[in-house]
Design a protein around this ligand. Structure first.
Ligand SMILES: NC(=O)c1ccc[n+]([C@@H]2O[C@H](COP(=O)([O-])OP(=O)(O)OC[C@H]3O[C@@H](n4cnc5c(N)ncnc54)[C@H](OP(=O)(O)O)[C@@H]3O)[C@@H](O)[C@H]2O)c1
Length: 335
C-alpha cells in the first residue's frame, strides 16, 4: 500500500471513474465515488471488479466502497477526478464548486479539448487541471469494468499532482506530466476521430480498424484536423505508432500491410469498443461535439472548412444515427 496525500473523489462513477478510482483505492488511496443511483446500486450489491487485457483482476468488496449520490459535504479531497462525459461537465463542476473548499485540485480525465475550460468557468474557485486518458474502458457487466487497450494517463504539470504520482504508479497508471498538455490533447483527439467511425459501423474496434473502407473515412477526418492544426501552428503529439502527419497515409495502407505496421496499436481485446459506440447503442447523446465539433471550430477559425467532420457532427448529433458500412460511409462522404 502506498500512502495517499488525502482522500480522492471521483465525480462520475462510470467507466473511467470506476477504473481509475478503483485502481487508486486498490493501491492504497481512500476514494469516494459520486455516481448515478443505478450505478451505485450495482456497486453496493456486487462491489467493484476491474479486469484488463492481460487478465489482471482487482475486486473491491461492497463494504470497502464509499459511495455517494451527491458530492459529500465537509469532505476536503486532496484530488478530484472529473470523469463525466462532456455534456455533463458544466453541471458536475458547478456541483463540485458548491461543496468543495476553494483551490481543490480537479483533474479532468475527459476527452476533447474544451472540458477543463468549461469546468473552470462553472467552478472558478477550484483548480482544474487538464488530463488525458489514453486507454479504453467498457462496462463488462454490472459492477465490472474492463480495460480493453493499452495507453497512458497524462496531465498538465501541476504541484497538486506531485504527491499523487507514486500512487498512480503503484496503481499501474503512471501519470505523465506535461508542461503544456494541449499537443497531447490534440494528439488524442486525432485518434478519437475514429470514435464516430467506430460508432456508426457498430463493429468491435479491432474489426473496424481492419476494414480499409472505415480506415479511409478515419484518414479523411484526420486530414481535415491536421490542416486546421497546421494553420494554427499546433503540433499534435504522437500517441500512436506513426507521427500524426503520417497517420492518414498509414490508415490507407492495404489491410495486410496495416496489420503489420500497426501491430502495437492493434494489441487490444477482440471485443473492445469505443464508448461512443455504446452511447449510440443505448440511445444516449454522444460526445461528437467535443471531437468533430472541435475540429470544425478550429477549421472555421482558420478560414477553412472541414466537411467530413461537419457531416459526422450532424450525423452523430442525431438521436438515432443508425449504423453504416464502410462503403456507405465513403459514398456519403464522397471518398
Ligand atoms: N470509456 C473510455 O474508454 C474512455 C477513454 C478515454 C477517455 N474517456 C473520456 O472519459 C470521460 C468519461 O467517459 P466514461 O466512458 O467514463 O463515461 P460514463 O461511463 O458514461 O461515466 C460517466 C458517469 O458519470 C455520471 N454522471 C454524469 N453527471 C453526473 C453527476 N452530476 N453526478 C453523478 N454522476 C454523474 C454519468 O451518468 P449519466 O450517464 O446519467 O449522465 C455516468 O454514469 C469522457 O469524456 C470520455 O470521452 C473515456
Amino acid at each position: 500500500m502506498t500512502p495517499a496525500p488525502g482522500p480522492a473523489l471521483v465525480m462520475g462513477a462510470g467507466a473511467i471513474g470506476c477504473w481509475v478510482g478503483g485502481r487508486l483505492q486498490a493501491a492504497g488511496a481512500p476514494v469516494h465515488f459520486v455516481g448515478r443511483p443505478s450505478v451505485l446500486e450495482e456497486l453496493r450489491l456486487r462491489g467493484l471488479t476491474l479486469t484488463d487485457l492481460d487478465g489482471r483482476r482487482t475486486h473491491l468488496p461492497p463494504d470497502a466502497l464509499a459511495l455517494h449520490a451527491e458530492v459529500p459535504e465537509r469532505l476536503a479531497p486532496a484530488l478530484v477526478l472529473l470523469c463525466v462525459k462532456s455534456g455533463a461537465t458544466a453541471e458536475a463542476a458547478a456541483l463540485l464548486g458548491l461543496r468543495l473548499p476553494a483551490g481543490t485540485p480537479v483533474l479532468s480525465l475527459q476527452n476533447g479539448i474544451g472540458n477543463p475550460a468549461v469546468a473552470a468557468a462553472a467552478a472558478p474557485g477550484l483548480a482544474v487541471i487538464p488530463g488525458m486518458v489514453g486507454f479504453n474502458v467498457v462496462r463488462a457487466s454490472p459492477g465490472h469494468w474492463h480495460r480493453g487497450t493499452w495507453g497512458e494517463l497524462a496531465a498538465q504539470a501541476h504541484l497538486a499532482l506531485q504527491p499523487w504520482l507514486p500512487l498512480f504508479a503503484a496503481a499501474g497508471l503512471a501519470l505523465a506530466q506535461h508542461a503544456d498538455l494541449r499537443p497531447v490533447q490534440w494528439g488524442k483527439l486525432l485518434l478519437n476521430l475514429n470514435n464516430p467511425v467506430n460508432a456508426l459501423s457498430g463493429l468491435p474496434l479491432k474489426r473496424q480498424l481492419l476494414d480499409r473502407d472505415l480506415r479511409i473515412v478515419m484518414a479523411a477526418l484526420i486530414e481535415e484536423a491536421l490542416a486546421a492544426l497546421a494553420v494554427h501552428g499546433i503540433e499534435p503529439a504522437q500517441l500512436a505508432t506513426l507521427p500524426p502527419r503520417h497517420m492518414p497515409r498509414g490508415l490507407r495502407l492495404p489491410t495486410w500491410l496495416f496489420r503489420i505496421a500497426a501491430r502495437r496499436s492493434l494489441r487490444m481485446d477482440d471485443q473492445a469498443r469505443t464508448s461512443m459506440s455504446e452511447d449510440v447503442a443505448r440511445g444516449r447523446p454522444t460526445e461528437i461535439d467535443a471531437l468533430c465539433g472541435e475540429v470544425v471550430r478550429l477549421a472555421h477559425a482558420a478560414g477553412l472548412r472541414a466537411p467530413r467532420n461537419e457531416w459526422m457532427l450532424e450525423r452523430l448529433g442525431r438521436p438515432a444515427p443508425g449504423r453504416m458500412t464502410g462503403r456507405e460511409m465513403r459514398a456519403a462522404l464522397g471518398l
